[in-house]
Design a protein. Structure first.
Length: 83
Protein backbone atom coordinates (compact mmCIF):
# COMPACT_ATOMS: atom_id res chain seq x y z
CA UNK A 1 0.00 0.00 0.00
CA UNK A 2 2.85 2.41 0.81
CA UNK A 3 4.45 1.85 -2.58
CA UNK A 4 1.20 2.69 -4.35
CA UNK A 5 0.94 6.00 -2.51
CA UNK A 6 4.58 6.83 -3.25
CA UNK A 7 4.18 5.96 -6.94
CA UNK A 8 0.95 7.97 -7.24
CA UNK A 9 2.56 10.95 -5.52
CA UNK A 10 5.60 10.71 -7.79
CA UNK A 11 3.47 10.61 -10.93
CA UNK A 12 1.38 13.55 -9.71
CA UNK A 13 4.53 15.55 -8.89
CA UNK A 14 5.97 14.76 -12.34
CA UNK A 15 2.74 15.95 -13.97
CA UNK A 16 2.82 19.19 -11.98
CA UNK A 17 6.46 19.75 -12.96
CA UNK A 18 5.66 19.20 -16.63
CA UNK A 19 2.64 21.51 -16.57
CA UNK A 20 4.64 24.25 -14.85
CA UNK A 21 7.50 23.90 -17.33
CA UNK A 22 5.15 24.04 -20.30
CA UNK A 23 3.31 27.08 -18.97
CA UNK A 24 6.60 28.85 -18.26
CA UNK A 25 7.85 28.06 -21.75
CA UNK A 26 4.61 29.36 -23.24
CA UNK A 27 5.05 32.67 -21.46
CA UNK A 28 8.69 32.79 -22.54
CA UNK A 29 7.83 32.02 -26.16
CA UNK A 30 5.19 34.74 -26.15
CA UNK A 31 7.60 37.28 -24.69
CA UNK A 32 10.28 36.44 -27.29
CA UNK A 33 7.77 36.66 -30.15
CA UNK A 34 6.31 39.95 -28.94
CA UNK A 35 9.72 41.59 -28.62
CA UNK A 36 10.82 40.25 -31.99
CA UNK A 37 7.67 41.55 -33.69
CA UNK A 38 8.12 44.94 -32.05
CA UNK A 39 11.70 45.07 -33.28
CA UNK A 40 10.65 43.99 -36.77
CA UNK A 41 8.06 46.76 -36.94
CA UNK A 42 10.66 49.35 -35.87
CA UNK A 43 13.39 48.11 -38.23
CA UNK A 44 11.88 46.44 -41.31
CA UNK A 45 15.30 46.18 -42.96
CA UNK A 46 16.48 43.81 -40.21
CA UNK A 47 13.56 41.38 -40.46
CA UNK A 48 15.61 38.38 -41.62
CA UNK A 49 18.20 38.77 -38.83
CA UNK A 50 15.56 39.31 -36.19
CA UNK A 51 13.54 36.35 -37.41
CA UNK A 52 16.54 34.02 -37.20
CA UNK A 53 17.36 35.25 -33.71
CA UNK A 54 13.71 34.85 -32.67
CA UNK A 55 13.60 31.24 -33.88
CA UNK A 56 16.85 30.41 -32.09
CA UNK A 57 15.59 32.00 -28.86
CA UNK A 58 12.26 30.16 -29.06
CA UNK A 59 14.12 26.91 -29.63
CA UNK A 60 16.24 27.52 -26.55
CA UNK A 61 13.18 28.37 -24.46
CA UNK A 62 11.42 25.21 -25.68
CA UNK A 63 14.34 23.04 -24.60
CA UNK A 64 13.63 23.81 -20.94
CA UNK A 65 10.30 21.91 -20.68
CA UNK A 66 11.75 19.01 -22.64
CA UNK A 67 14.63 18.72 -20.17
CA UNK A 68 12.23 19.12 -17.22
CA UNK A 69 9.97 16.38 -18.61
CA UNK A 70 12.87 13.99 -19.05
CA UNK A 71 14.11 14.64 -15.53
CA UNK A 72 10.60 14.18 -14.10
CA UNK A 73 10.10 10.88 -15.95
CA UNK A 74 13.51 9.62 -14.84
CA UNK A 75 12.71 10.47 -11.23
CA UNK A 76 9.41 8.58 -11.48
CA UNK A 77 11.06 5.52 -13.00
CA UNK A 78 14.09 5.51 -10.67
CA UNK A 79 12.29 6.47 -7.48
CA UNK A 80 14.61 5.99 -4.48
CA UNK A 81 11.69 5.81 -2.03
CA UNK A 82 10.23 2.59 -3.41
CA UNK A 83 11.30 -0.46 -1.43
Amino acid sequence: MENAIIIASSVLAAAVIMVAAVMGATKGDAAVAVKALESMSRQPEQVSNLQINMLIAIGLVESIPIIASVIAIVLVMANPFIK
